[in-house]
Ligand binder design. Structure first.
Ligand SMILES: Cc1cc2nc3c(=O)[nH]c(=O)nc-3n(C[C@H](O)[C@H](O)[C@H](O)COP(=O)(O)OP(=O)(O)OC[C@H]3O[C@@H](n4cnc5c(N)ncnc54)[C@H](O)[C@@H]3O)c2cc1C
Length: 413
Protein backbone atom coordinates (compact mmCIF):
# COMPACT_ATOMS: atom_id res chain seq x y z
CA UNK A 1 0.00 0.00 0.00
CA UNK A 2 1.43 3.28 -1.03
CA UNK A 3 1.85 6.07 1.57
CA UNK A 4 -0.57 8.97 1.02
CA UNK A 5 2.15 11.54 0.74
CA UNK A 6 5.59 10.96 -0.61
CA UNK A 7 8.91 12.71 -0.94
CA UNK A 8 11.31 13.13 -3.84
CA UNK A 9 14.88 14.37 -3.78
CA UNK A 10 16.08 15.70 -7.11
CA UNK A 11 19.85 15.92 -7.29
CA UNK A 12 20.93 18.57 -9.77
CA UNK A 13 18.73 21.50 -10.74
CA UNK A 14 19.58 22.20 -14.37
CA UNK A 15 17.10 21.50 -17.18
CA UNK A 16 16.62 17.78 -16.50
CA UNK A 17 16.21 18.17 -12.74
CA UNK A 18 13.85 21.12 -13.15
CA UNK A 19 11.78 19.12 -15.64
CA UNK A 20 11.37 16.30 -13.12
CA UNK A 21 10.38 18.80 -10.43
CA UNK A 22 7.84 20.37 -12.78
CA UNK A 23 6.30 17.04 -13.71
CA UNK A 24 6.09 15.69 -10.15
CA UNK A 25 4.80 18.97 -8.73
CA UNK A 26 1.59 18.31 -10.65
CA UNK A 27 0.97 15.11 -8.66
CA UNK A 28 -0.98 15.53 -5.43
CA UNK A 29 0.74 12.69 -3.69
CA UNK A 30 4.09 14.47 -3.31
CA UNK A 31 4.19 16.76 -0.31
CA UNK A 32 7.97 17.18 -0.45
CA UNK A 33 9.87 17.79 -3.67
CA UNK A 34 13.35 19.07 -2.91
CA UNK A 35 15.92 20.04 -5.55
CA UNK A 36 19.55 19.91 -4.38
CA UNK A 37 21.65 22.12 -6.67
CA UNK A 38 25.30 22.80 -5.97
CA UNK A 39 25.27 26.21 -7.61
CA UNK A 40 23.18 29.25 -6.91
CA UNK A 41 20.76 30.23 -9.67
CA UNK A 42 22.15 33.74 -9.67
CA UNK A 43 25.63 32.42 -10.56
CA UNK A 44 26.72 32.19 -14.14
CA UNK A 45 25.84 28.52 -14.37
CA UNK A 46 26.26 27.08 -17.81
CA UNK A 47 27.48 28.32 -21.11
CA UNK A 48 26.76 25.55 -23.54
CA UNK A 49 25.53 25.87 -27.14
CA UNK A 50 22.19 26.92 -25.73
CA UNK A 51 20.14 25.84 -28.72
CA UNK A 52 16.79 24.57 -27.44
CA UNK A 53 15.18 22.88 -30.40
CA UNK A 54 11.75 22.19 -28.92
CA UNK A 55 11.03 25.12 -26.65
CA UNK A 56 7.43 24.06 -25.83
CA UNK A 57 8.95 21.35 -23.63
CA UNK A 58 9.83 24.13 -21.21
CA UNK A 59 6.72 25.51 -19.45
CA UNK A 60 7.71 29.17 -19.50
CA UNK A 61 6.66 31.95 -21.84
CA UNK A 62 9.28 32.02 -24.57
CA UNK A 63 10.29 35.60 -23.99
CA UNK A 64 13.72 37.24 -23.78
CA UNK A 65 13.00 37.93 -20.08
CA UNK A 66 12.82 34.16 -19.58
CA UNK A 67 16.07 33.63 -21.51
CA UNK A 68 14.60 32.77 -24.93
CA UNK A 69 16.57 35.47 -26.71
CA UNK A 70 16.63 34.41 -30.35
CA UNK A 71 13.64 32.78 -32.04
CA UNK A 72 15.40 31.01 -34.91
CA UNK A 73 13.91 29.76 -38.16
CA UNK A 74 16.28 26.83 -38.33
CA UNK A 75 19.93 25.87 -38.60
CA UNK A 76 22.24 26.14 -41.58
CA UNK A 77 24.83 23.44 -42.18
CA UNK A 78 27.88 24.42 -44.22
CA UNK A 79 30.05 21.59 -45.49
CA UNK A 80 33.65 22.34 -46.45
CA UNK A 81 36.37 20.28 -48.08
CA UNK A 82 38.48 20.32 -44.92
CA UNK A 83 40.36 22.55 -42.53
CA UNK A 84 43.34 23.15 -44.77
CA UNK A 85 41.66 25.55 -47.15
CA UNK A 86 41.57 29.19 -48.14
CA UNK A 87 39.07 31.36 -46.24
CA UNK A 88 37.54 32.28 -49.62
CA UNK A 89 36.77 28.71 -50.59
CA UNK A 90 33.04 28.22 -51.12
CA UNK A 91 31.24 25.52 -49.14
CA UNK A 92 30.63 22.22 -50.94
CA UNK A 93 27.06 22.39 -49.65
CA UNK A 94 24.78 24.72 -47.73
CA UNK A 95 21.78 22.89 -46.30
CA UNK A 96 19.04 24.36 -44.16
CA UNK A 97 17.03 22.53 -41.53
CA UNK A 98 13.96 24.39 -40.24
CA UNK A 99 13.29 24.33 -36.52
CA UNK A 100 9.89 25.91 -35.92
CA UNK A 101 10.09 25.73 -32.13
CA UNK A 102 13.79 26.48 -31.82
CA UNK A 103 15.49 29.18 -29.79
CA UNK A 104 19.00 30.20 -28.90
CA UNK A 105 18.80 30.89 -25.19
CA UNK A 106 20.58 32.36 -22.24
CA UNK A 107 20.34 29.10 -20.46
CA UNK A 108 21.23 30.35 -17.02
CA UNK A 109 18.27 32.74 -17.29
CA UNK A 110 15.93 29.94 -18.45
CA UNK A 111 16.95 27.81 -15.48
CA UNK A 112 16.71 30.67 -12.99
CA UNK A 113 13.22 31.62 -14.13
CA UNK A 114 12.07 28.00 -14.21
CA UNK A 115 13.37 27.44 -10.67
CA UNK A 116 11.60 30.62 -9.49
CA UNK A 117 8.36 29.45 -11.03
CA UNK A 118 8.66 26.00 -9.39
CA UNK A 119 9.50 27.61 -6.06
CA UNK A 120 6.13 29.36 -6.34
CA UNK A 121 4.47 25.94 -6.74
CA UNK A 122 5.92 24.53 -3.54
CA UNK A 123 9.13 22.90 -4.80
CA UNK A 124 11.93 23.35 -2.24
CA UNK A 125 15.43 24.32 -3.35
CA UNK A 126 18.65 23.72 -1.45
CA UNK A 127 21.33 25.50 -3.42
CA UNK A 128 24.99 26.34 -3.05
CA UNK A 129 26.31 23.01 -1.75
CA UNK A 130 27.23 19.93 -3.75
CA UNK A 131 25.67 16.73 -2.47
CA UNK A 132 28.58 14.59 -1.26
CA UNK A 133 28.71 10.82 -1.60
CA UNK A 134 27.89 10.47 2.09
CA UNK A 135 24.98 12.89 1.82
CA UNK A 136 23.81 10.96 -1.24
CA UNK A 137 23.51 7.76 0.77
CA UNK A 138 21.57 9.55 3.50
CA UNK A 139 19.21 11.06 0.91
CA UNK A 140 18.63 7.67 -0.70
CA UNK A 141 17.55 6.20 2.60
CA UNK A 142 15.45 9.20 3.58
CA UNK A 143 13.38 9.97 0.46
CA UNK A 144 10.76 7.83 -1.26
CA UNK A 145 12.23 8.68 -4.67
CA UNK A 146 15.64 10.01 -5.71
CA UNK A 147 16.15 11.41 -9.19
CA UNK A 148 19.76 11.92 -10.19
CA UNK A 149 20.04 14.81 -12.66
CA UNK A 150 23.62 15.75 -11.77
CA UNK A 151 24.88 15.59 -15.35
CA UNK A 152 28.04 13.77 -16.31
CA UNK A 153 29.43 11.89 -14.45
CA UNK A 154 26.34 11.10 -12.42
CA UNK A 155 26.63 11.31 -8.66
CA UNK A 156 24.99 7.87 -8.42
CA UNK A 157 27.77 6.35 -10.50
CA UNK A 158 30.39 8.20 -8.46
CA UNK A 159 28.85 6.98 -5.21
CA UNK A 160 28.82 3.43 -6.60
CA UNK A 161 32.36 3.72 -8.03
CA UNK A 162 30.99 3.06 -11.49
CA UNK A 163 31.93 6.17 -13.48
CA UNK A 164 34.02 4.17 -15.91
CA UNK A 165 30.79 2.72 -17.23
CA UNK A 166 30.42 5.67 -19.56
CA UNK A 167 31.07 4.35 -23.03
CA UNK A 168 32.96 7.32 -24.40
CA UNK A 169 33.10 11.06 -24.51
CA UNK A 170 32.76 13.96 -26.86
CA UNK A 171 34.86 17.02 -26.17
CA UNK A 172 33.40 20.48 -26.76
CA UNK A 173 34.58 24.05 -26.24
CA UNK A 174 32.64 27.23 -26.40
CA UNK A 175 32.58 30.93 -25.60
CA UNK A 176 30.34 33.96 -25.93
CA UNK A 177 31.69 36.54 -28.37
CA UNK A 178 30.69 39.91 -29.76
CA UNK A 179 30.50 40.74 -33.46
CA UNK A 180 28.07 41.35 -36.28
CA UNK A 181 25.74 38.36 -36.52
CA UNK A 182 22.83 40.19 -38.13
CA UNK A 183 23.17 38.44 -41.49
CA UNK A 184 22.48 34.99 -40.07
CA UNK A 185 20.79 35.65 -36.76
CA UNK A 186 17.70 33.61 -37.71
CA UNK A 187 19.76 30.80 -39.23
CA UNK A 188 22.55 29.88 -36.79
CA UNK A 189 25.44 28.18 -38.55
CA UNK A 190 27.06 24.79 -38.14
CA UNK A 191 30.33 24.10 -39.96
CA UNK A 192 31.47 20.63 -41.00
CA UNK A 193 35.08 20.58 -42.09
CA UNK A 194 36.28 17.05 -42.53
CA UNK A 195 36.42 15.58 -39.02
CA UNK A 196 33.86 13.81 -36.87
CA UNK A 197 32.43 16.87 -35.17
CA UNK A 198 31.71 20.45 -36.09
CA UNK A 199 32.07 24.06 -35.07
CA UNK A 200 29.17 26.46 -34.64
CA UNK A 201 28.18 30.09 -34.41
CA UNK A 202 24.80 30.55 -32.70
CA UNK A 203 23.75 34.22 -32.52
CA UNK A 204 21.90 35.28 -29.41
CA UNK A 205 21.33 38.74 -30.86
CA UNK A 206 22.66 40.75 -33.79
CA UNK A 207 25.68 41.61 -31.62
CA UNK A 208 26.62 38.50 -29.65
CA UNK A 209 26.79 34.77 -30.17
CA UNK A 210 27.70 31.50 -28.60
CA UNK A 211 30.47 29.91 -30.67
CA UNK A 212 32.15 26.59 -30.20
CA UNK A 213 33.57 23.38 -31.55
CA UNK A 214 33.21 19.70 -30.66
CA UNK A 215 34.74 16.36 -31.57
CA UNK A 216 32.71 13.14 -31.48
CA UNK A 217 35.40 10.74 -32.74
CA UNK A 218 38.79 9.46 -31.75
CA UNK A 219 40.59 12.00 -33.92
CA UNK A 220 41.26 15.03 -31.69
CA UNK A 221 43.42 18.11 -32.18
CA UNK A 222 46.63 18.59 -30.25
CA UNK A 223 45.52 21.98 -28.89
CA UNK A 224 41.79 22.34 -28.34
CA UNK A 225 41.71 26.10 -27.76
CA UNK A 226 43.82 26.82 -30.83
CA UNK A 227 41.54 24.54 -32.85
CA UNK A 228 38.50 26.64 -31.89
CA UNK A 229 40.30 29.88 -32.68
CA UNK A 230 41.40 28.56 -36.08
CA UNK A 231 37.88 27.35 -36.83
CA UNK A 232 36.61 30.87 -36.03
CA UNK A 233 39.08 32.42 -38.49
CA UNK A 234 38.24 29.93 -41.24
CA UNK A 235 34.49 30.23 -40.79
CA UNK A 236 34.28 33.97 -40.33
CA UNK A 237 33.05 34.32 -36.77
CA UNK A 238 34.69 36.27 -33.96
CA UNK A 239 37.80 34.59 -32.57
CA UNK A 240 37.20 34.04 -28.84
CA UNK A 241 39.85 35.00 -26.31
CA UNK A 242 41.58 32.07 -24.69
CA UNK A 243 40.41 33.25 -21.25
CA UNK A 244 36.74 33.17 -22.34
CA UNK A 245 36.77 29.61 -23.63
CA UNK A 246 35.20 26.79 -21.60
CA UNK A 247 36.08 23.15 -22.19
CA UNK A 248 33.55 20.39 -21.46
CA UNK A 249 33.01 16.72 -21.95
CA UNK A 250 29.72 15.32 -23.18
CA UNK A 251 28.98 11.76 -22.12
CA UNK A 252 28.10 8.85 -24.33
CA UNK A 253 26.40 6.23 -22.23
CA UNK A 254 25.91 4.31 -20.02
CA UNK A 255 22.41 5.36 -20.97
CA UNK A 256 20.77 2.27 -22.26
CA UNK A 257 22.08 -0.36 -19.93
CA UNK A 258 19.16 -0.74 -17.48
CA UNK A 259 21.30 -1.28 -14.41
CA UNK A 260 22.84 2.17 -14.88
CA UNK A 261 19.73 4.29 -15.34
CA UNK A 262 17.80 3.11 -12.35
CA UNK A 263 17.99 1.16 -9.14
CA UNK A 264 14.33 0.29 -8.57
CA UNK A 265 15.03 -1.25 -5.15
CA UNK A 266 16.37 2.11 -3.93
CA UNK A 267 13.93 4.09 -6.10
CA UNK A 268 16.84 5.94 -7.69
CA UNK A 269 16.46 7.05 -11.33
CA UNK A 270 18.89 8.85 -13.64
CA UNK A 271 17.75 11.44 -16.18
CA UNK A 272 19.42 13.66 -18.78
CA UNK A 273 23.20 13.75 -18.99
CA UNK A 274 23.42 11.74 -15.78
CA UNK A 275 21.88 8.90 -17.79
CA UNK A 276 24.24 9.71 -20.65
CA UNK A 277 21.56 10.37 -23.24
CA UNK A 278 22.97 13.34 -25.15
CA UNK A 279 22.79 12.74 -28.90
CA UNK A 280 25.63 10.48 -30.05
CA UNK A 281 26.36 12.51 -33.13
CA UNK A 282 25.75 16.18 -32.54
CA UNK A 283 25.79 16.37 -28.74
CA UNK A 284 22.33 17.91 -28.30
CA UNK A 285 21.08 17.05 -24.82
CA UNK A 286 18.71 19.68 -23.43
CA UNK A 287 15.48 18.38 -24.98
CA UNK A 288 16.68 14.81 -24.53
CA UNK A 289 17.12 15.47 -20.80
CA UNK A 290 13.70 17.08 -20.47
CA UNK A 291 12.03 14.24 -22.36
CA UNK A 292 13.66 11.64 -20.10
CA UNK A 293 12.45 13.61 -17.07
CA UNK A 294 8.87 13.79 -18.33
CA UNK A 295 8.94 10.10 -19.21
CA UNK A 296 10.01 9.26 -15.67
CA UNK A 297 7.32 11.57 -14.25
CA UNK A 298 4.64 9.90 -16.38
CA UNK A 299 5.72 6.49 -15.16
CA UNK A 300 5.86 7.54 -11.51
CA UNK A 301 2.34 8.94 -11.85
CA UNK A 302 1.06 5.53 -12.86
CA UNK A 303 3.36 3.55 -10.52
CA UNK A 304 5.19 2.06 -13.47
CA UNK A 305 8.61 3.53 -12.74
CA UNK A 306 10.21 0.08 -12.83
CA UNK A 307 9.64 0.22 -16.60
CA UNK A 308 11.73 3.40 -16.93
CA UNK A 309 14.92 1.77 -18.33
CA UNK A 310 13.01 -0.06 -21.06
CA UNK A 311 10.83 2.93 -21.89
CA UNK A 312 13.87 5.22 -22.04
CA UNK A 313 15.50 2.75 -24.36
CA UNK A 314 12.44 2.80 -26.63
CA UNK A 315 12.32 6.61 -26.52
CA UNK A 316 15.95 7.03 -27.51
CA UNK A 317 16.18 4.19 -30.02
CA UNK A 318 15.31 6.05 -33.25
CA UNK A 319 17.63 8.90 -32.38
CA UNK A 320 20.54 6.62 -31.55
CA UNK A 321 19.99 4.57 -34.68
CA UNK A 322 20.11 7.66 -36.80
CA UNK A 323 23.15 9.03 -35.00
CA UNK A 324 24.93 5.73 -35.55
CA UNK A 325 24.19 5.78 -39.29
CA UNK A 326 25.15 9.47 -39.63
CA UNK A 327 28.43 8.82 -37.84
CA UNK A 328 29.21 5.92 -40.12
CA UNK A 329 28.76 8.11 -43.22
CA UNK A 330 31.88 10.00 -42.19
CA UNK A 331 33.80 7.29 -40.31
CA UNK A 332 33.65 4.77 -43.17
CA UNK A 333 34.07 7.11 -46.14
CA UNK A 334 35.95 10.17 -44.84
CA UNK A 335 34.78 11.94 -47.98
CA UNK A 336 33.55 15.55 -47.56
CA UNK A 337 32.03 15.47 -51.05
CA UNK A 338 29.84 12.54 -50.09
CA UNK A 339 28.77 14.34 -46.90
CA UNK A 340 27.95 17.36 -49.06
CA UNK A 341 25.68 15.40 -51.42
CA UNK A 342 24.00 13.74 -48.43
CA UNK A 343 23.42 17.20 -46.94
CA UNK A 344 21.94 18.36 -50.27
CA UNK A 345 19.67 15.30 -50.31
CA UNK A 346 18.26 15.97 -46.84
CA UNK A 347 18.16 19.78 -47.23
CA UNK A 348 14.84 21.17 -46.00
CA UNK A 349 14.02 18.36 -43.56
CA UNK A 350 13.33 19.66 -40.07
CA UNK A 351 15.86 19.43 -37.25
CA UNK A 352 13.41 17.07 -35.55
CA UNK A 353 13.47 14.75 -38.60
CA UNK A 354 17.25 14.72 -39.01
CA UNK A 355 17.70 14.09 -35.28
CA UNK A 356 14.99 11.60 -34.43
CA UNK A 357 13.46 10.11 -37.56
CA UNK A 358 15.63 7.56 -39.38
CA UNK A 359 12.77 6.72 -41.73
CA UNK A 360 12.48 10.30 -43.00
CA UNK A 361 16.21 10.64 -43.53
CA UNK A 362 16.51 7.26 -45.24
CA UNK A 363 13.38 8.05 -47.29
CA UNK A 364 15.01 11.23 -48.56
CA UNK A 365 18.23 9.42 -49.40
CA UNK A 366 16.31 6.80 -51.37
CA UNK A 367 14.96 9.60 -53.55
CA UNK A 368 18.60 10.15 -54.58
CA UNK A 369 19.62 6.64 -55.62
CA UNK A 370 23.13 7.62 -56.71
CA UNK A 371 23.83 9.17 -53.30
CA UNK A 372 22.26 6.26 -51.45
CA UNK A 373 24.29 3.80 -53.49
CA UNK A 374 27.53 5.66 -52.78
CA UNK A 375 26.75 5.69 -49.08
CA UNK A 376 25.46 2.16 -48.60
CA UNK A 377 27.76 0.34 -51.02
CA UNK A 378 30.37 0.44 -48.29
CA UNK A 379 30.39 -2.73 -46.15
CA UNK A 380 31.38 -0.69 -43.10
CA UNK A 381 28.28 1.50 -43.41
CA UNK A 382 26.08 -1.56 -43.91
CA UNK A 383 27.59 -3.06 -40.78
CA UNK A 384 26.64 0.10 -38.85
CA UNK A 385 23.09 -0.03 -40.24
CA UNK A 386 22.79 -3.68 -39.26
CA UNK A 387 24.07 -2.96 -35.77
CA UNK A 388 21.71 -0.02 -35.45
CA UNK A 389 18.71 -2.10 -36.45
CA UNK A 390 19.70 -4.94 -34.14
CA UNK A 391 20.08 -2.45 -31.27
CA UNK A 392 23.80 -2.94 -30.86
CA UNK A 393 24.82 0.54 -31.92
CA UNK A 394 26.07 1.54 -28.50
CA UNK A 395 28.61 -1.13 -28.02
CA UNK A 396 30.93 -1.15 -30.97
CA UNK A 397 34.28 -2.66 -30.14
CA UNK A 398 36.74 0.03 -29.22
CA UNK A 399 34.04 2.65 -28.69
CA UNK A 400 33.97 2.21 -24.98
CA UNK A 401 36.03 0.86 -22.17
CA UNK A 402 36.42 -2.20 -20.07
CA UNK A 403 32.75 -2.35 -19.14
CA UNK A 404 31.54 -2.13 -22.74
CA UNK A 405 31.14 -5.86 -23.08
CA UNK A 406 29.34 -6.11 -19.80
CA UNK A 407 26.78 -3.55 -20.95
CA UNK A 408 26.45 -5.28 -24.29
CA UNK A 409 25.72 -8.57 -22.61
CA UNK A 410 23.15 -6.90 -20.45
CA UNK A 411 21.31 -5.42 -23.39
CA UNK A 412 21.47 -8.49 -25.52
CA UNK A 413 20.33 -10.83 -22.75
C1 LIG B 1 29.91 22.95 -25.24
C2 LIG B 1 28.56 22.31 -25.21
C3 LIG B 1 27.56 22.75 -26.05
C4 LIG B 1 26.30 22.18 -26.02
N1 LIG B 1 25.33 22.67 -26.82
C5 LIG B 1 24.08 22.21 -26.72
C6 LIG B 1 23.03 22.80 -27.48
O1 LIG B 1 23.22 23.78 -28.21
N2 LIG B 1 21.80 22.26 -27.35
C7 LIG B 1 21.54 21.18 -26.56
O2 LIG B 1 20.40 20.72 -26.51
N3 LIG B 1 22.52 20.61 -25.83
C8 LIG B 1 23.77 21.11 -25.87
N4 LIG B 1 24.76 20.56 -25.11
C9 LIG B 1 24.43 19.44 -24.22
C10 LIG B 1 23.69 19.97 -22.99
O3 LIG B 1 24.41 21.01 -22.40
C11 LIG B 1 23.48 18.85 -21.96
O4 LIG B 1 23.00 17.69 -22.57
C12 LIG B 1 22.50 19.35 -20.89
O5 LIG B 1 23.10 20.39 -20.16
C13 LIG B 1 22.09 18.24 -19.95
O6 LIG B 1 21.31 18.80 -18.92
P1 LIG B 1 21.21 18.09 -17.50
O7 LIG B 1 20.25 18.88 -16.68
O8 LIG B 1 20.91 16.65 -17.68
O9 LIG B 1 22.67 18.14 -16.89
P2 LIG B 1 23.62 19.39 -16.60
O10 LIG B 1 23.29 20.52 -17.48
O11 LIG B 1 25.00 18.84 -16.61
O12 LIG B 1 23.24 19.82 -15.13
C14 LIG B 1 23.63 19.08 -14.00
C15 LIG B 1 23.32 19.93 -12.78
O13 LIG B 1 23.63 19.19 -11.60
C16 LIG B 1 24.36 20.00 -10.72
N5 LIG B 1 25.19 19.10 -9.90
C17 LIG B 1 26.19 18.31 -10.33
N6 LIG B 1 26.70 17.60 -9.30
C18 LIG B 1 25.99 17.96 -8.21
C19 LIG B 1 26.05 17.56 -6.84
N7 LIG B 1 26.94 16.66 -6.39
N8 LIG B 1 25.18 18.11 -5.99
C20 LIG B 1 24.26 19.03 -6.41
N9 LIG B 1 24.17 19.43 -7.70
C21 LIG B 1 25.03 18.90 -8.59
C22 LIG B 1 25.15 20.94 -11.60
O14 LIG B 1 25.54 22.13 -10.92
C23 LIG B 1 24.14 21.22 -12.72
O15 LIG B 1 23.31 22.30 -12.43
C24 LIG B 1 26.02 21.11 -25.14
C25 LIG B 1 27.03 20.64 -24.29
C26 LIG B 1 28.27 21.23 -24.33
C27 LIG B 1 29.33 20.71 -23.42
Amino acid sequence: MQPRSQSTAILGGAVSGLAVAHRLSRLDRFDDITVFERQDYNDRRVNCGEAINEAPLIPLDHTPGNGFVNDVEGFELRIFSGMDRSPDEAPLSIARFPCAAGYICERDVVERRWAESLGGCGVQFETGTAVSREAYRAIVSEYDYVVDATGEPALTLKANNAVDNYTGRMIALNATVEGDFSTYRRWPRIFFEGYLGYSWSFPKSDRHANVGIGWAGEQRPEHYVTALQEAARRNGFTVPDRSDINIYTIPRGPSLAPQYVSSPADRVFLVGDAAGIANRYQGEGICQGVRSAYLLGDLIETNQEAAYPERLYELMKPEYRLASIMRSAWVEHEDPELIAVIADAIDGLSIEAITRSPSRVLGRLMRHPAVAFRLFADPGVLRHVLRAYTDRWEYESGAGNRSTDKQGECLEA
